[in-house]
Design a protein around this ligand. Sequence first.
Ligand SMILES: [Zn+2]
Length: 386
Amino acid sequence: MVIGHLTIRSRLSKMIPDGRIPHAMLFVGADGYGTLALALDFARLAVCSNPRTVAAADSGAHAAFTEACGVCRSCVQTSTLQHPDVTILTALPTGKFDSEQDLPDDVLEELSAQLRTIAQDPYEPFGLRNAMQIRISQIRNLKRSLSLSSVQAGKRIVIVHHADEMNTEASNAFLKTLEEPHLDVTIILTTQNPVRILPTISSRCQELFVPPLAEADVTDYLVNHHDCPIEEARVVARFADGDIIRARSFLTEDMNAERTEALNLLRAALKGQKYRVALADAIQLSTEVKDQKRILRLLQFLALWIRDTQLVESSGTVDIVANIDQTEALQKFSASFGTADLALCLTSVERASRDIRRNVSPSLVLLTTLVDIRRILYTTRQTAAV
Ligand SMILES: [Zn+2]
């Protein structure tokens, strides 16, 4: 199952019948954009014995692509990731063992459970607990198996998940494998950190940048795979920036509670004379748990609220806002502050996120930012002419 990214899938699928499959490709993009999903989809197609052409429903010609048939023997095997000619390499946890062959039982179990999960849903996070490095022994094993002929006399695909996790030895051994390409073997590296891959490796790979998913695709995914009600899915997708893993974290972290918290901070900052006490209380509540990511999400909610206010002010409607379940509150807020310098407020929130990432004290950042926003909102709004 792979969603969206029609142009990329079309481009990839055209390589196969034309026999223009590169020996090595590097898929660069956040895990949540579906880099692994695209790699697995490509593997499935490459080994399928009866691929079929589909025209995407809303397509221009560019979006027509080939996909695996789903029923041939290869497809049955790849659907559970048990095809002998599709290999996935991933970092192993530290321990005495040297390769996949002599992994302790609990790690083996974890690995096969994870493989079953991504076979079902390739947008799930993939990687063993405490795994840090892809080791040289794994690359040696790979080399050995590539020197044998393919099991089903067809193409072979090797996916190196998070290729930047190869340690130096492994990278050097891997480079040699790339320098002696094997017929009918394609190696796909995936990474979120392309700068951590040896330039001598990346220069031998055809690079493919995987962009964020379209918001509509994220919405569909949440509705179809997480039984998320459409209204909520639309809100979450708007906040997720095309990243399914981030979208899912919003679902599990109780997005609504965090958004309410962010808005409470804003409300406290906008109170009358005694706002300082209310604001200090709200900030204390929000910073009790030391969690940088959580503070960044609060700031993100704040930014989206301000952006929505801009939209309501400029369009006069609430049709396209992110907080579609909060339209009444948004209209009220917009009536009070819609004419203020909201762009300046956004700059203030952006600066706050940067400071949080630089480990400035969260309480201090929230206090200065919210006092700043209060000042901007009250002093720059135009009060209605009499
Ligand atoms: Zn097939």
